[in-house]
Design a protein around this ligand. Structure first.
Ligand code: SAH
Length: 571
């Protein structure tokens, strides 16, 4: 049986609380048969508190919840306060886990609901002569304000109003009087003020009061205020849709223009940072923040880190490193777009990036201004920063409280010395995380059109470092066994040793005409690939001037190579 907890932020309005409670009941009714159990609670100001709602679900045996923020847009409540309150619940109940769903809007159901509220206010008067002022809550988060502007535009599209303009009741411009004045100057005679709000509260009341004051000052204008979205079936269905998305792991959070991720004028200090304490300077009676503790319902107040810009477990914001943390990130074989989503998110939040030569260096151009890039260029046989120096740099930057990303080529643990770096951090008491990467050991062949395994052709792949030639005193490789094997052999770091390796393999039983593929600069625009027989690969490779980084792929799969190379990376 599945459980859903609907999380409200709380209101001083008794009507608002009543609507929330009735709405939770409506969701429960409409969910019958699809969601096993539904509860609702507030993080502050109102009863029932979230902790009671979660406690009731836990008492009924639930250990994994879908938690939905009952907010229209993601701003301070949705990005910070509600996740923080949920994190406290998870600490309180052992074994409790939850998936955090996304905010309700934007969604066509909401636009339709707004349209119906405006039409009700028009009571038959024509749309063409009507301007709509869509009033959002307003936020210090530009992304949240931009979303209200987007909803205004979507409400205008195809519905025949003279125009729809966004405004805000708090914290953002234009204010309610300002947007009404703007519409008046545009020549509006009839204006419907449409609050983009779910339920009754102090701020919707203020919208009504400000609209009335403006109307009183302009008796020539027809100013009406539409109803709130309110407790209705459409909203309940939207909650159930968000619940289903969250359960299915399909949470498409709009983070493209989030000030915590993307540089915005005036918000440079926010990128990659935890969210700052959430305060509404213009809230009535001192504001949430100041009397928060007086209204504390036992959920413990804001603990340290409670405002981290987290959207929930498993979601990418969870992957933003904390200050003082090192992330060892596999960047893939080189092109910008073969890094993992997780690796990229960490990179975007980094204060310091320690980068290898074979890492996707193109991504460095997109780093925030001011990010320190340390070049650990490790060219084979070329100048290299000693591993000890790299380890020391990682530890020192982390100890200075920076977010450190160690950006490596391929996978950090495939001949990448990544684990030495992890060990060094752990030994120094520095928190460290590893992100796997697309390894050239597999990807070079794939990018050149050769499958490293194929049904009926090769049932094993062996990845071998060729940096030490056969017979070398320190070699750990059983070359004789590899000569007897029949499957696919992938050689890394073998440009200088491939001739000796080929000879040993033939000596121990590999057919001299075994096909070998050499792939240089796999994934890059100048990727090159040549093939040759095993007993000729050394000479061909030298003649063709195959140079590092290159991978050799050896075995019958090479004959499966398609004549046309697969499309390269998108540019
Ligand atoms: N950790 C890396 C490998 C590091 S060892 C990974 O998982 O891919 C370095 C070797 O990797 C190079 O000598 C070469 O053999 C191989 N390599 C890395 N990137 C490559 C690329 N883009 N094309 C071909 N070979 C590559």
């Amino acid at each position: 049986m599945t459980a859903l907890v609907i999380v409200g932020h709380g209101t001083r309005s008794a009507a608002g609380v009543e609507q929330f409670v009735a709405f939770v009941e409506r969701v429960r009714r409409r969910a019958a048969g699809t969601v096993g159990d539904v509860e609702g609670g507030f993080i502050e100001l109102s009863r029932p508190p979230l902790t009671d709602a979660v406690g009731a679900l836990v008492d009924r045996g639930h250990r994994s919840l879908v938690a939905l923020p009952l907010v229209l847009t993601a701003a301070g409540h949705g990005k910070g306060d509600i996740p923080a309150a949920l994190a406290r619940e998870r600490e309180r109940h052992r074994g409790l886990s939850y998936v955090y769903g996304r905010p309700l809007g934007p969604h066509p159901l909401l636009h339709t609901a707004l349209e119906q509220r405006v039409d009700a206010a028009l009571a038959g008067d024509d749309r063409a002569g009507t301007w709509v002022a869509l009033i959002g809550r307003g936020s210090t988060d530009p992304d949240a304000n931009a979303e209200v502007a987007k909803v205004a535009r979507l409400l205008w599209e195809g519905r025949g109003y003279a125009g729809v303009e966004p405004g805000f009741v708090s914290l953002a411009e234009p204010s309610v009087p300002a947007v009404l004045e703007r519409l008046r100057r545009l020549g509006a005679r009839r204006i419907v003020v449409a609050p983009y709000f779910l339920f009754a509260g102090v701020l919707p009341d203020r919208i009504v009061a400000q609209s009335a004051a403006f109307a009183a000052a302009h008796p020539d204008l027809d100013v009406r205020v539409a109803d709130l979205i309110g407790d209705c079936d459409a909203l309940a269905d939207l909650v159930l849709e968000r619940h289903a998305e969250a359960r299915g792991g399909d949470i498409r959070m709009n983070c493209d223009t989030c000030a915590y991720r993307v540089l915005m004028p005036g918000f440079a200090d926010k990128v990659g940072r935890p969210q700052t304490p959430h305060d509404h300077p213009d809230d009535p009676v001192g504001g949430h923040h100041h009397d928060h503790h007086a209204h504390d319902h036992g959920h413990g107040g804001h603990g340290p880190g409670g405002h981290d810009h987290r959207h929930g477990p498993g979601e990418h914001h969870e992957r933003v490193p904390r200050p003082g943390q090192v992330a060892v990130v596999g960047g893939g074989p080189g092109p910008d777009d073969l890094i993992t989503v997780r690796g990229r998110a960490l990179l975007e939040a980094a204060d310091v990036v320690v980068v290898d030569r074979l890492a996707p260096r193109g991504l460095l151009a997109g780093l925030r201004p001011g990010v320190e890039v340390v070049d650990a260029a490790k060219v084979p046989r070329g100048p290299s920063m000693g591993q000890d120096a790299i380890n020391a740099a990682l530890v020192a930057h982390a100890r200075a409280g920076r977010r450190v990303v160690r950006l490596k080529g391929g996978d950090p643990y495939v001949f990448g010395r990544g684990h030495e770096e992890v060990q060094a951090c752990a030994a120094a008491g520095v928190e460290v995380t590893v992100v796997p990467g697309v390894s050239s050991a597999v990807a070079a062949a794939t990018l050149a059109g050769v499958p490293v395994t194929h049904r009926g052709v090769a049932h094993d792949v062996t990845v071998v470092s060729g940096h030490l030639p056969p017979g070398h005193a320190e070699s750990l490789v059983d070359w004789a066994a590899l000569g007897r094997a029949r499957g696919t052999l992938v050689l890394l770091m073998a440009v200088d040793t491939v001739d000796k390796i080929a000879a040993v393999l033939v000596e121990h039983g590999r057919a001299p005409d075994t096909p070998v593929l050499a792939v240089q600069d796999a994934g890059h625009p100048d990727q090159r690939a040549v093939t040759a027989r095993l007993d000729e690969i050394g000479a061909v490779s030298a003649r063709e001037r195959i140079a590092p980084p290159a991978v050799f792929v050896l075995g019958p799969v090479v004959d499966l190579r398609l004549p046309a190379e697969p499309p390269g990376p998108a540019h």
